[in-house]
Write a protein that binds this ligand. Structure first.
Ligand SMILES: Nc1ncnc2c1ncn2[C@@H]1O[C@H](COP(=O)(O)OP(=O)(O)OP(=O)(O)O)[C@@H](O)[C@H]1O
Ligand SMILES: [Mg+2]
Length: 356
């Protein structure tokens, strides 16, 4: 057989699809070697798949297709390789935010406990304390940062990277800037992963001391993606004083522990009602639950934020209370939270991606 016939073999192989795929085995890189003489054709296949039957089917298809070359000996050698596991892929994937020093996730087991409020005010306070801060809204299901931070525009694009907004002294990015907020989005796992990766890697964050990540409630794909794709310095769990919210906080905590992300502590939000008239604090729910949970779970209690209409107004009007009154009562309590976060990361090297 001549060299031209070897080309003919490649042609034939290009016509063979991997079972269930629209791509051919050559473009997948599954054909290692083709050798052809006048009497004999030899093909080496090396296929990375978790489905050995599919690889055998490819071998059979190759043998059958090469039969058209006529009465010559056809030898197909097949090596089935185990594809890299998810953990290996994570270890091999590039750092999406190499210029970010410390990433802190704000999480909760339950919705509506004030994660976005805490994340926003914490980020603004860290900025006021002189740090370079980014705030990432990873709540792709219900992004609320555009409203809380007071931005109602589309981000600018430079080349193929999005430019984060800068407001209240911090950089901010949210899918809410891009999505039509009135259209419910149905996300499936891989889409969640892709969207979050883009919010990290395709945004021009620049060098940052802190990135605060506002997570959706619960322990789903977004939380897993963040903990797999970002070297998290730690997670802060927000809870309200009611027992049920505390139980959910435990779930959130257990998840981060499972993926080896240190839980920096628990913040109790809406822990008492500050009367706008007399300034006195009333415990609407049971008090001290956050501190008790923290003690039971053996993680630090970072502090509490009272239920105050001024905090809600700040969120609704796009001027976080800490930005409106940096030295006010809440400005001071968020300063304590921010200092606890700074203390929590200051002894740490930039962590490696967690593999589990
Ligand atoms: N300490 C507080 N005092 C008064 N209102 C608050 C306080 N914390 C949060 N809120 C209000 O409670 C509502 C829910 O808060 P937020 O959106 O921050 O919660 P979340 O945990 O991020 O919710 P989701 O799970 O939907 O993302 C908002 O209207 C917010 O302004
Ligand atoms: Mg939220």
């Amino acid at each position: 057989m001549t060299r031209a016939s070897e080309e003919r073999v490649w042609e034939i192989l290009k016509g063979i699809k991997f079972p269930g795929m629209s791509r051919d085995i050559v473009s997948f890189g599954f054909v290692d070697r083709v050798e052809a003489t006048a009497e004999r054709v030899h093909v080496d296949l090396s296929i990375a798949t978790g489905n050995p039957e599919a690889a055998e089917k490819v071998r059979a298809d190759v043998e059958q297709a090469l039969a058209e070359l006529g009465p010559i000996q056809v030898e197909v050698r097949l090596e089935v390789r185990t594809p890299p596991s998810a953990a290996q892929q994570v270890a091999q994937s590039p750092d999406l935010i190499p210029e970010v020093q410390h990433v802190v996730a704000v999480a909760s087991g339950k919705g509506g406990v004030g994660k976005s409020t805490v994340a926003t005010n914490l980020a603004v306070k860290l900025g006021q304390l002189g740090h370079r801060v980014g705030l990432l809204d990873a709540d792709i299901y219900g992004p609320s940062l555009p409203m809380m931070i007071g931005i109602d525009e589309q981000p600018k694009v430079d080349g193929n990277r999005l430019i984060p907004f800068e407001k209240h002294g911090i950089k901010v990015m949210s899918l809410g800037f891009i999505l039509d907020v009135d259209q419910p989005v149905i996300w499936r796992g891989p889409m969640v992963m892709k969207a979050i990766e883009q919010m990290l890697g395709d945004v021009d964050w620049g060098p940052l001391d802190f990135m605060i990540v506002d997570l959706p409630p619960g322990t789903g794909d977004a939380q897993l993606t963040i903990s797999q794709r970002v070297p998290l310095s730690g997670a802060v769990i927000v809870t309200t004083p009611q027992d049920i919210a505390l139980i959910d906080a435990r779930k959130g905590l257990a998840m981060f522990q499972k993926v080896s992300v240190p839980v920096m502590g628990i913040i109790e939000n809406m822990s008492g009602f500050v009367c706008p008239h007399c300034g006195e604090t009333t415990d609407v729910f049971k008090s001290g639950g956050g501190a008790r949970t923290a003690e039971t779970l053996g993680c630090p209690f970072l502090g509490s934020v009272p239920l105050d209409p001024a905090i809600m107004r700040g969120g609704d009007e796009g001027v976080p209370v800490v930005a409106a009154e940096p030295d006010g009562f809440h400005g001071e309590s968020f300063k304590q939270l921010a200092e606890a976060v700074i203390a929590g990361v200051s002894s740490q090297q930039r962590p490696k991606l967690s593999i589990f």
